[in-house]
Design a protein. Structure first.
Length: 182
């Protein structure tokens, strides 16, 4: 079994049966420069709190899965160099080798499920890249959406992707896509 380090806020919420929302950490390490990355992560966490849930930002720190980050951990991750970008393929290796990694949509779903968190919010999911008919560049996020029982709330697939092909893969994989107002 994976040893999970829960932040005090997340541990208290789990004990009290409060709603939890998982958040990915790649935006912190691979999406923006410091300090905007940490400021954005904190703003997202505050938005979750304002809606009555407890945010659980997920990352691997020193080979240990962290569900919910303290202010110090968030700052440290935001300034760290050489942080791995984790998906299903390298998640276990990072844990086993004592590495530090930020979770993509796929890895966040896996970790959220292991932690008993049913809902995950993110800006955008990965999908089928343009030219995938020759490159086969398809995000592991799509397979995870079909495999792991976590509800993902997102703005949609990232705009740089081939959206029609992404939707086709999701439909073929049995993943329901529900739009606001539908």
């Amino acid at each position: 079994m994976i040893d999970i380090a829960y932040s005090p806020e997340v541990a208290a919420a789990k004990s009290a049966g409060k709603p939890l929302v998982a958040l990915e950490s790649t935006i912190i390490t691979h999406g923006m420069p410091f300090p905007q990355n940490v400021e954005t992560a904190r703003a997202v966490e505050e938005t979750v709190r304002a809606e009555g849930a407890v945010p659980a930002t997920i990352a691997v720190l020193g080979g240990r899965l962290h569900v919910g980050l303290t202010a110090e951990e968030l700052d440290g991750l935001g300034q760290a160099q050489g942080v791995a970008k984790l998906s299903r393929a390298d998640f276990a290796a990072c844990l086993a080798t004592g590495g530090t990694g930020a979770t993509t949509v796929a890895a966040t779903m896996i970790a959220a499920h292991l932690a008993g968190i049913d809902v995950f919010a993110t800006g955008g999911i990965g999908g089928v890249h343009r030219g995938a008919e020759t490159s086969f560049d398809i995000s592991a996020d799509l397979g995870e959406l079909a495999r792991t029982p976590v509800t993902v709330v997102a703005a949609g697939a990232k705009a740089i992707l081939d959206i029609p092909k992404t939707l086709e893969v999701l439909e073929t994989s049995g993943v329901p896509v529900i739009a606001v107002g539908q």
